[in-house]
Design a protein around this ligand. Sequence first.
Ligand code: TPP
Length: 574
Amino acid sequence: MIEFLAGDEALAQGAYEAGLQFAASYPGTPATEVLEYLAKLPDVDAQWSVNEKVAFEVALASAIAGKRSLYSSKHVGLNVAMDPLMTSAYTGVNAGFIVVISDDPGIHSSQNEQDTRIFSRVAKIPMLEPSSPLECYQYAPAAFKISEDFDTPVMIRLTTRVAHTKENIAVSGKRKAAQKEFRIDVPKYVMVPRNAYKKHIILEKKLARLRKYSNKTPLNSIELNKRSIGFITSGVSYLYVKETYPDASVLKLGMPYPFPDEKIREFASKVKKVFVIEELEPFLEEELQRLGVRAKAKSSSFRIGELRPESIPAIVAGKKKVEEEPTSRKPVLCPGCPHRGVFSVLRSLKLTVAGDIGCYTLGALPPLGALHSCLCMGTGVTFFDGFSRALGNNVVGVIGDSTFVHSGITGLVNAAYNRTKGVIIILDNSTTAMTGSQPHPATGLTARGEQTKKLVLEDLCRACGADFVDVIDPFKTAELKALVKQRLDGKALSVIIARYPCRLIDRTRAAAPKIDASKCKKCYQCLAVNCPAISRTEDGFIAIDAQTCTGCNVCVNACSFGALIKHQIRSQEP
Ligand SMILES: Cc1ncc(C[n+]2csc(CCOP(=O)(O)OP(=O)(O)O)c2C)c(N)n1
């Protein structure tokens, strides 16, 4: 059976055929599709967990209990799951457990550009790096086998180009039965100091055995061609090398950690010059240095951004990276996005806004410019806390509904416990919009789209210690503005839930506002709401594109002169 699959999907299919029984994840580009694919398959218990730490722990426990299991997330997701990851190499797994991580070189959709290959060395777990969707499909069963043979989690590291490239793959469609017995084993699974110390000794021995395996496995393969130049490479960089230097000799590392020392030495002895071609950090390069193998490395300028096939001759020539001009297309909140109402209010109140990650981070961009920090998930609450302690009353925090459930709750408990006062706004569009509209506990739907217990955010916030919890429609900007002002009195900790479904869920619309040019003072406050539907004409007046406008009226409310007149009737989009 031929299927046209992206790397993420091929990996999921390979894992499924290898007898995967449980999978847990939290959405994050470019890894989201792994769980989305699995949630559509029969006989796999697939869940969106509330965050990556929870996902990792539930999946690891399922493996320990005897079911082949999978965790997947984007690179920064593994930071959240770092605590269980670090000790999972000690406990081992029982049934196979694979940790699928997708890095985002070039930062297409992330808050940083980390190279998660390094984590495999830090956490002492083996790591595989497929180069293509076909290899994703093939490496998943290989990873389960290594995981069970060596009793260890196995990381499969992808990057955007591998995760999102599509390829025709002949899939078997057959599913292997894979179930192990669970035995209570206190020295193995109870990581108190004495047990953990012994497990560390065992782990070091295991790593030595894994290194031997890494030297033998065909996952690490030498392709001998012309001997004048030899490339050591892995992941998508392998394809770029093959495309650019088809006649060169190549050592392809499908299992870069533990590093296959002997195979490297063997390869280096067979070619005249060795080049390391890798994206981001000098992970392989440092291992070669440790071995004392002389190799030409890239300029450190290539540590930043995606590697491109065109860069490889430049690396071979010892040149520096030439920075490209960013594209002129800027991201913007969708027309009709409910977040726009909140930011237009915060902008008009000239507040300092602690922000977070989601579609709403776009509130930072001019002319809105109403979000002033964004570090990692949860900081809409914790940065609000720290900022307001240092700066006083003119601070609010904003956080999306999915992000609040992911990592905002503990920050709110902390703020209440330490008597912080001020306003946190939960931008509740009833979905995880940024990563493609996945459900989360406050939507009342599971990964399969089935009804489940719905987390009631207002009750939760009260239980966390908020003095006031208000729910408001963010398109009612005048009321929202009055409420924010009222709650910013320095006397209480307030949560305002700005609730209106994402534009991708609520497709109703009204006609575009009418423009009364005689009243327009050309102050351009309407343009400051940064809507793609509204623009300035050559003669300095305002035009609204009726096709793009959804009739949300945020621009109408921003006009102090009555020059924009709203339409009331809402209808369903065709
Ligand atoms: C640790 C971590 N996990 C996942 C992501 C990917 N991600 C960024 S924001 C976000 C949630 C966005 O949903 P929400 O907070 O509801 O805001 P919305 O996009 O709907 O406005 C996700 C999943 C990330 N950046 N960091």
